[in-house]
Design a protein around this ligand. Structure first.
Ligand SMILES: C[S@@+](CC[C@H](N)C(=O)[O-])C[C@H]1O[C@@H](n2cnc3c(N)ncnc32)[C@H](O)[C@@H]1O
Length: 394
């Protein structure tokens, strides 16, 4: 059987064992930590030139099974694809048209999967975005609460203000801001499952008079400047390059003159949209976030500025997202049996790879996460931000 394996595989000395369909075992290096149970003989040839997309797809389609720590699996997969010539493409990635129907279907595919499944591995508030670790020692739950507080402080929320939360998920931020900062929140999502659970939680916490959540596309938001503050967390990844101007114009039109807009989202590390991660991005687009697109920070800031938003503060939280994803991935790995009762086997395979793979991607600087704070200046150029950031850390 060794004859079928590309010889270079042995030179890499990877801690990987292949267990073949006929029971043979083949170690590619000393002390294997990961075993691939290979069901499909053609996989061996494919291992000779593996992109992370091809390897991930083969796993999702059940051509092999995995045993071993998933972080190690991803590291070995990357080492294989790096050594065996799966190059990052140099051409800019495909830019897509985004219409409401396509986006609604893409959102339903990901977020309507199963509330119980997400609850297995997210924090108790079910915040589905990068957490904030002020000292690096926090638990996931503490770090998500710290993130919610960080956002509210950056928005300088005051009791009685009206906050728009674009892409509110399961309502964690909306409930926190209403409870802890006394604001009125209007949140929108495109996911029916999220909305249903988010509304139940608002009701259960007695916040129905201050938190209103709706199923609404951001393109249908009112443009009358009725909100004091606008926040969007982990949502603009779904907007697409073609609609970034429209998106930021919508946020500009929703906030009152002098008001603040805070956009928290994943950003690309290349300015020209070139794929990174030797196929990892293609895998994410195919199985995890169809029609997702990541703009570079410079692109996001350019589009915001063109739409009249003045960028006043930017913070990178790349390693915070790596840590968040490690928590999510470890949580899911610790609950695999239960997860298998909640979602189809194929979905479980996808989400396992996605969480562990994205943790690796953030750690390795393939992607970043930025909080971008902007103001809609009044006609005379003024706004109400304090003179320094001292209030954030007091
Ligand atoms: C990654 S989740 C983040 C949820 C929440 N902000 C959080 O931090 O937990 C992305 C959210 O954006 C919403 N979303 C995506 N596209 C949208 C659109 N076109 N209009 C409104 N909401 C959208 C999804 O429904 C989902 O609630």
């Amino acid at each position: 059987m060794q004859a079928h394996l590309p010889p270079v595989l042995h030179e890499l000395r990877l801690p990987l064992r292949l267990r073949l369909w006929d029971g043979q075992e083949l170690d590619l290096g000393p002390n294997p930590r990961v075993t691939l149970d290979v069901h499909d003989p053609t996989l061996l040839t494919q291992l000779g030139r593996p992109s992370l997309d091809a390897l991930g797809s083969a796993y999702v389609e059940g051509r092999f099974d995995l045993q071993g720590p998933l972080s190690e699996v991803i590291r070995i997969g990357d080492a294989l694809s790096r050594a065996l010539g799966a190059e990052n493409e140099t051409a800019p990635g495909e830019r897509e048209e985004h219409d409401k129907a396509t986006d609604a279907a893409a959102i339903a595919y990901h977020y309507d999967l199963s509330n119980d499944f997400y609850a297995l591995w997210l924090d108790p508030q079910m915040v589905y975005s990068c957490a904030y670790f002020p000292t690096g020692t926090e638990t996931l739950e503490q770090a998500q609460l710290a993130k919610l507080r960080h956002l509210c402080l950056k928005l300088r929320l005051k009791p009685g203000e009206r906050l728009l939360d674009v892409g509110c998920g399961w309502g964690g931020l909306a409930r926190y801001a209403a409870r802890e900062f006394g604001v009125e929140v209007y949140g929108i999502t495109l996911s029916k499952e999220q909305l249903s659970l988010a509304r139940q939680r608002v009701e259960a916490e007695g916040l129905s008079d201050r938190v209103q959540l709706e199923l609404l596309d951001y393109r249908d938001l009112p443009a009358d400047g009725r909100f004091d503050k606008v926040v969007s967390v982990g949502m603009f990844e779904h907007v697409g390059h073609a609609n970034l101007g429209l998106y930021f114009r919508t946020l500009f039109n929703a906030v009152k003159p002098g008001g603040l807009v805070l956009n928290h989202g994943i950003t690309a590390c290349t300015t020209d949209g070139r794929p990174v991660g030797r196929g990892a991005g293609e895998f994410i687009g195919r199985y995890v976030f169809p029609h997702g697109e990541l703009p570079h920070l410079a692109t996001a800031i350019a589009r915001m500025s063109e739409e009249g938003l003045e960028v006043v503060d930017v913070e990178s939280l790349r390693l915070h997202y790596a840590r968040t994803l490690r928590f999510w991935s470890d949580n899911l790995e610790a609950h695999l049996e239960q997860a298998a009762t909640l979602v189809a086997e194929k979905s479980l395979r996808i989400w396992r790879l996605y969480l562990a793979g994205c943790a690796y991607g953030f750690e390795n600087n393939w992607i970043n996460l930025h909080q971008i704070l902007a103001v809609r200046p009044r006609a005379d150029g003024s706004h109400d931000l304090p003179w320094s950031r001292a209030d954030l850390y007091g």
